[in-house]
Design a protein around this ligand. Structure first.
Ligand code: HEM
Ligand SMILES: *[C@@H]1O[C@H](CO)[C@@H](O)[C@H](O)[C@H]1NC(C)=O
Ligand SMILES: *[C@@H]1O[C@H](CO)[C@@H](O)[C@H](O)[C@H]1NC(C)=O
Length: 490
């Protein structure tokens, strides 16, 4: 086994060597035709600048790799990472150009190890007219009227249910994951939390772990375990799909994502079970880890910014005073949380769960006087813009007040500098849902609990944004301060 891996490694090194020199030659050829690549370094043969990239992200600075190169080369530069030459953009205008020209000049591009985990028929990997149709179908299950009329009730109920069991020390990230997982399962297939969903979640978490072992450790046991877990999750889901298909043939229909997929006529003859399973699984992936991490980080930022936390508490205590202790949160309540929305934006800006998006050029593309050859990798860094002092004053500190009225950052600029959910045809269809989930979560945590961090937990940015220890906190239940009580006390 070891020798096979060794041989394989040798072989891939050889291939990288050859392609590196081919690349040098084509690049030189390219230059001779008077077209310029963006400036930058290719680094060492075959590994390129990958090692610099990885070691840079082990520091606490969120954007060391890009910062360094932007100061040397400007906001568009060339590098060589993860086995390929790649053009990085840290410029809002160029990012917009890249996102808007999806399908025309660029297509989204994920490494093979990721597509194995996602499945071939996930939205993230679809292209062309099928992508367009499925993107809007997904939107129609997460748009604001659906959230208002259906999902909000589930979100509110699930958040309370999970928080019910909190006492003493709590691993916040794990709790947030329970919430987002069960919510997504409900939204997709109408299942309430039960033994089956618990089991599914266990397997599913193994799949997610696999995402973080790529693209560097495709031979790792974690990755292999993830692929096995994926098979199990897919089997469990196909059972559900089969049952629901026969239900729908009997004329029963549930109003959820699965129902809509069964109604769609696909490429003529309807979607196969496999297509539906891939699609559902990828939706779980897209919505679950991102939203639970953002919930955890919001609490971390607030804990470290007591003034913001107390301002937030006031806003939510006022809502509870109107609603009483136990009534569910209503859409009007969500719409009257101005400071919470500042906290949400500031958390999205600082955390940048999706630091940027990978694309591949499908034609030679001209940008800022440079030419990017057809077939090249491009990375549009959303985070580099969000953390740029030119667009956000004192960009690396958490300051929700910067979003207050008449004060919205980047409002004077003609391009949008705040794009945590990407843009163009692939803009995140869950953007509103994520905002609502985070707002409801914040509402219940600040009105029900006070807490302190149980230990120091560091924010790290590689391979994804997260805290090292899943953010343990010690919670204490708050006696809700209702105004009538205060009156009695007088
Ligand atoms: C804080 C939470 C979230 C963040 C920061 C986020 C961010 C993003 C970003 C930046 C993209 C664009 C990727 C690209 O252009 O290649 C994206 C795509 C996507 N997101 Fe989200 N997302 C979040 C939550 C969700 C939720 C709750 C859902 C569930 C519906 C979701 C579903 C998707 C899907 C299906 C795509 C693929 C869209 C496509 O390729 O057409 N996301 N997300
Ligand atoms: C949301 O989607 C539903 C279909 O699920 C559609 O009827 C409604 O018009 C959409 N609402 C908005 C605001 O786009
Ligand atoms: C938060 O950001 C969104 C853009 O994603 C913007 O439309 C909204 O106005 C911002 N909210 C506040 C309170 O500034």
């Amino acid at each position: 086994m070891g020798s096979i891996i060794f041989l394989y490694t040798l072989f891939s090194l050889l291939i990288s060597f050859i392609s590196f020199f081919l690349l040098r030659t084509t690049t030189a050829h390219f230059r001779r035709r008077h077209r310029r690549l963006p400036p930058g370094n290719f680094g060492l043969p075959f590994v390129g600048e990958t090692l610099q990239l990885i070691s840079a992200y082990k520091t606490e600075n969120p954007e060391p790799f890009i910062d360094d190169r932007v100061s040397k080369f400007g906001t568009l530069f060339t590098t060589h990472v993860f086995g390929e030459p790649t053009v990085f953009s840290a410029d809002p205008e160029l990012n917009r150009f890249i996102l808007q020209n999806e399908g025309k000049l660029f297509v989204s591009s994920y490494p093979g190890s990721i597509s194995n985990l996602l499945g071939r028929h996930s939205l993230l990997l679809m292209r062309g007219s099928l992508h367009k149709r499925m993107h809007s179908l997904t939107m129609s299950f997460a748009n604001s009227s659906i959230i208002k009329d259906h999902l909000l009730v589930d979100i509110d109920r699930l958040v309370r249910l999970i928080m019910e069991s909190w006492t003493g020390r709590v691993l916040l990230l794990d709790e947030a994951k329970k919430i987002t997982f069960h919510l997504t399962v409900k939204q997709l297939m109408s299942f309430d939390p039960c033994e089956w969903t618990q089991k599914l979640m266990k397997e599913y978490m193994l799949v997610i772990e696999g995402f973080f072992s790529v693209p560097l450790r495709i031979f790792s046991p974690t990755y292999r375990r993830a692929i096995q877990a994926r098979t199990k999750v897919a089997e469990a889901l196909s059972l559900v799909v089969r049952e629901r298909r026969s239900e729908s043939e009997r004329g029963e229909r549930k109003n959820d994502m699965l129902g809509a997929l069964l109604d769609e006529d696909g490429n003529g003859g309807g979607f196969s079970d496999e297509e539906i399973v891939d699609f559902l699984l990828a939706l779980l992936v897209a919505g679950y880890d991102t939203t639970s991490t953002i919930m955890t980080l919001a609490v971390k930022f607030l804990t470290e910014t007591p003034l913001a936390l107390s301002h937030l508490k006031e806003e939510h205590d006022a809502i509870r005073a109107r609603r009483g202790e136990t009534e569910a949160l209503m859409w009007e309540d969500y719409k009257s949380m101005p400071f919470t929305q500042c906290v949400v934006n500031e958390t999205l800006r600082m955390a940048n769960i999706i630091s940027g998006v990978f694309r591949r050029t499908i034609a030679d593309v001209n940008m800022k006087g440079y030419t990017i050859p057809k077939g090249w990798k491009v990375f549009a860094s959303l985070r580099a813009v969000h953390l740029n002092q030119d667009y956000f004053k004192d960009a690396r500190s958490f300051n929700p007040w910067r979003w207050q009225m008449n004060n919205t950052p980047g409002a004077t600029s003609s391009v949008n500098v705040f794009t945590p959910f990407g843009g163009g045809p692939r803009r995140c269809p869950g953007y509103e849902l994520a905002r609502v989930e985070l707002s409801v979560f914040l509402h219940h945590i600040v009105t029900r609990f006070s807490w302190v961090a149980a230990e120091q937990d560091k924010l790290v940015y590689f391979p994804t944004t997260r805290t090292q220890k899943r953010y343990p906190i010690i919670v204490q239940r708050r006696a809700l301060s209702r105004p009538c009580k205060r009156l009695e006390a007088k």
